[in-house]
Design a protein around this ligand. Structure first.
Ligand code: C5P
Length: 221
């Protein structure tokens, strides 16, 4: 399993991270949440008043920002220069602006390099938008997870409720649809299914069913 690489892509809130975490834990692979990396840069930009439209300023900021992951009982925590940002990067301010930051080609170039380095000596499950197409084009298995906007918004709504966070279902639907649109229409490595990826529509599936489906594909791969 040491060198097994699995790429999981798909739109916002399609269940990528939940599924990727489970598979990584079960197979003893490292889980790399690439969305968390773009979120961390966005979080730092907002905190340091860096203009998210200024590519050069974002690149400078990213070069000064070490992003690391540490496994723990909740799954995984994210650190920015050693500071725990696991919760901060899920804030609405970050969620609603991260697609602007992630659209800059030079930001992507640096992120992709870091992501490829992480997969260099380790077996990984990596999730994001461009993993199968750009970051790990030779992955052993590529999965493209999709679900209807309605289903994804309802899942997120339920999660928020369980966490005691206020959320408005209609607003969630709008935000998810807008992020899908921005991520799929940008010029620089847009969200797109790789030709050799297996597409799984999770709208009517449970997490266990999705995990089992992927594990069976891994056995075959
Ligand atoms: O996966 P998550 O929803 O946390 O990703 C946050 C945002 O980061 C996405 O909406 C997208 O704009 C960007 N992203 C990306 N490429 C990746 C992962 C995430 O552009 N590989």
């Amino acid at each position: 399993n040491k060198s097994l690489t699995i790429a999981i892509d798909g739109p916002a809130s399609s269940g990528k991270s939940t599924v990727a975490k489970r598979i990584a834990a079960d197979l003893g692979l490292i889980y790399v949440d690439t969305g968390a990396m773009y979120r961390t840069l966005t979080f730092e930009a907002l905190k340091n008043n860096v203009n998210i439209k200024d590519q050069k300023a974002l690149v400078d900021l990213l070069e000064k920002t070490e992003i690391t992951f540490e496994p723990d009982e909740k799954g995984q925590s994210v650190f920015s220069n050693g500071v725990d940002v696991t919760y901060g990067i899920r804030d609405n301010n970050v969620t609603n602006t991260v697609s602007v930051v992630a659209a800059h080609p030079k930001v992507r170039q640096l992120m992709v390099k870091r992501q490829q380095d992480m997969a260099q000596d380790n077996g990984v499950v990596m999730d994001g938008r461009d993993i199968g197409t750009v970051v790990l084009p030779d992955a052993d298995l590529k999965i493209f997870l999709v679900a209807s906007v309605k289903e994804r918004a309802e899942r997120r709504h339920k999660e928020n409720k369980e966490k005691g966070i206020f959320s408005d279902l209609d607003q969630l639907k709008k935000d998810i649809a807008e992020r899908d649109y921005k991520d799929s229409t940008r010029d620089s490595s847009p969200l797109k299914q790789a030709e050799d990826a297996v597409r799984i529509d999770t709208t009517k599936m449970t997490i266990d069913e999705v995990v089992d489906t992927i594990k069976n594909l891994i056995k075959k791969a």
